[in-house]
Design a protein around this ligand. Sequence first.
Ligand code: CA
Length: 334
Amino acid sequence: MKRNHQSFLNRCLSRILLLSLCFFNLAGWTQNEMKEKLIIAHRGASGYLPEHTLESKALAYGMGADFIEQDLVLSKDDIPVVIHDIHLDEVTNVKEVFPGRKREDGRYYVIDFTFAELLQLCVNERIDRKTGEVVYPARFPSGTSSFSLHSLEQEIELIQGLNKSTGKDVGIYPEVKNPGFHREEGKDISRIVLGILEKYGYSDLNDACILQCFDRWELRRIRVELGSRLFLTQLMENRSELDDIETFAAYANAIGPHYGLLIGGIDLKANPTFNDAVKRAHALGLKVHPYTYRKDSHTGFDSFEELLRVSFEELDVDGVFTDFPDLVRNYLNR
Ligand code: CA
């Protein structure tokens, strides 16, 4: 009888310990996050160097980003590669290196190449496929110097290495790209990415890793079926999704809308008006991390500065994805 009583007590104590650990973790995260607005380097410091190169990530780190973003697509041999699209032709010289490897639609797919093959490509500033012109002409001159693709693991090792050498704690913000396309190709990208994150110590809410996805079914699957305890951000691109914020709160910790979704319209004095999306999200305990803040493209706003002022001071967003982490850092320092 006494033994039973003791084991009951032990069970209670271990549960209290577990609960207090959970609370400590949540409190720790909240404290970190409330400390300041998050600067999320969108594809690195991509306003200054070709997107998703290790060089652009190192520059973003030096410019004071809190988190650095990785878009992820699988290679033929299941390596998560840091690249924005499932296609290669807009940011690499794949046509010159592997001219015979396009599909019937004329496109070159990351998933058709082994990682060793992908390493043979040079990365350039993004080209508009239709016009053949660079998308942002004032940025780094396309086709100059030498840049290459890399894997998620290589980028984590860069950021964790810099964290060690600087004593800082910059986080990663990986995005699972096109999970449906990967499934059609017979690959479970989320499972592979979660495995690598776990290997590098990212598995809990308070770890310096935020996982994002546009596909709501996949993000919910990551939480429910794959059992991830990471901080999750549901990305949003359509105005109709504003009606689903409550649904997102059931499995996500943040929403990542295009900033245009937070703007209701323009008032009689030509100032932007806002909807209640940020307030509703905050009331549900969700953080709000809109995208993409660019010095050279700020539709609906007279200046980049004005977009930042409205976002941080009127909308009260919790962080922004930006191509120009230094400019957002300067703004927040003022
Ligand atoms: Ca992204």
